[in-house]
Design a protein around this ligand. Structure first.
Ligand code: FO1
Length: 312
C-alpha cells in the first residue's frame, strides 16, 4: 500500500470526527471517503437531526465548537431560549447556527432529496472537498435497551446523560436498509479502511449492520484506532457500555470487537501491556500516543496510522 488511492474511514461521534480531520490533513481529498453513522439521527422540534454527520462535517470544515466537539463554534442561543420560553423541549441544545443546518436539511428531505445528496451539497458549501457519506439514506435509529426500558439513542445519550445501565442495542430497520449510493463500491475499492476511535457499540456497529457492508469489508486491509485508553474513553460511554455488558473495558476488548475482519490495531502507550494479547488475535499492533487534543495531534495520529497500514 505504498501508494494509497482509496482510503475509507468509518466514523461516528467526536472521536471519529477528530480522526477523520487528521486523515483529511494527510490525504488528497480525492483519496479519502468518510462513511458516517446515522444511528444517532432523530426528529426533534419537528426537524431531522443528524449529529454524527454534522459533527464530522463541522470538524472537517473547521466550524465545530472546540469545547464540546459537537455543534458550531461562535454559537448563539437566541432561538433555543425562545423555544424554551414557549415550552419547547430544551434537553437537546441546538444553537442558532446549528439550527440552520437542521432547517435546510429537513426542508430538502421533505422536498425528496436524499441524505447523501444533501450531505454532498452541504460539504461543497462548507468547503469540504473529500467525500462524506451517510452509511445509508434510510432511517435506522439506534435504540438502547436499559434497566429503565428501551430508549431512543439521544434520550439515552443526552436526556439521561448515559446514566441508565445498558443491556443491549437495536438498529431499527437495519435489515431493510440499503447502503447509500457508492458506499459499497468505495468499500470494495478501498486500499485501506480506517476504523476511527468511535464507540464500537453505537457508532461502528450500526455502520456494519447495514446490508452488504460486512461483505464489502471482507479482504480489505483494515486498521482500527482504539477509542479506549487505560480502560477509559476520552469522551462518551463506550467503556461504561462494555462494563455494563459484562466485558472488561480495554483496548483488547475493542480489538476483539473487530478482530474478525481487522489486520492492524493502534493502541495507546498506556495500553502497551496489551499488545501481546492483541497480537494473539492475529492483529499487527502500533503503540503510540492516541490522544488528539489539537489539530497537530490529529494529523500526527493519522499520519502514523497510514504509515503503519502501509507496513501491513
Ligand atoms: N450532546 C449533549 O450531551 N448535549 C446536547 O445538548 C447535545 C446537542 C447536540 C446538538 C447537535 C449535535 O450535532 C450534537 C449534539 N450533542 C449533544 C451531541 C450528540 O448527542 C452526540 O454527539 C452524538 O449523537 C453521539 O456522539
Amino acid at each position: 500500500m505504498a501508494h494509497l488511492e482509496h482510503v475509507v474511514a468509518l466514523a461516528g461521534g467526536v472521536g471519529g470526527a477528530k480522526m477523520a480531520h487528521g486523515l483529511a490533513q494527510c490525504l488528497p481529498p480525492a483519496v479519502l471517503t468518510v462513511i458516517v453513522n446515522v444511528g444517532d439521527d432523530f426528529e426533534h422540534w419537528g426537524l431531522k437531526i443528524c449529529p454524527d454527520l454534522d459533527t464530522v462535517c463541522y470538524t472537517l470544515a473547521g466550524l465545530a465548537n472546540p469545547a464540546t466537539g459537537w455543534g458550531r463554534a461562535e454559537e448563539s442561543w437566541r432561538v433555543f431560549e425562545q423555544v424554551r420560553a414557549l415550552g419547547g423541549a430544551d434537553w437537546f441544545r441546538m444553537g442558532d447556527l446549528d439550527l440552520a443546518t437542521h432547517l435546510e436539511r429537513s426542508r430538502r428531505l421533505r422536498a425528496g432529496e436524499t441524505l447523501s445528496q444533501i450531505t454532498a451539497d452541504f460539504c461543497r458549501r462548507w468547503g469540504i472537498e473529500l467525500t462524506v457519506l451517510p452509511i445509508t439514506d434510510d432511517n435506522v435509529p439506534t435504540w438502547v435497551y436499559t434497566d429503565i426500558g428501551e430508549l431512543p439513542f439521544q434520550e439515552y445519550f443526552v436526556k439521561q446523560q448515559c446514566q441508565p445501565r445498558v443491556l443491549g442495542f437495536r438498529f431499527d430497520g437495519a435489515d431493510r436498509a440499503t447502503p447509500a449510493p457508492s458506499v459499497i463500491e468505495r468499500l470494495r475499492a478501498a486500499d485501506l479502511v480506517v476504523v476511527c476511535p468511535s464507540n464500537p457499540w453505537v457508532s461502528i456497529d450500526p455502520i456494519l449492520a447495514i446490508g452488504g457492508v460486512r461483505e464489502a469489508l471482507q479482504g480489505r486491509p483494515a486498521v482500527a484506532v482504539s477509542p479506549i485508553i487505560g480502560g477509559k474513553t476520552v469522551k462518551g460511554p463506550a467503556a461504561k457500555m462494555y462494563a455494563e455488558l459484562g466485558i472488561q473495558p480495554s483496548a483488547l476488548a475493542v480489538a476483539q470487537h473487530y478482530s474478525a475482519w481487522l489486520r492492524g490495531f493502534v493502541l495507546d502507550h498506556a495500553d502497551a501491556a496489551q499488545t501481546e494479547a492483541v497480537e494473539s488475535l492475529g492483529l499487527v499492533t502500533l503503540t503510540t500516543d492516541t490522544l488528539m487534543p489539537d489539530g497537530a495531534a490529529r494529523r500526527r495520529l493519522a499520519s502514523e496510522t497510514l504509515a503503519f497500514a502501509a507496513r501491513l
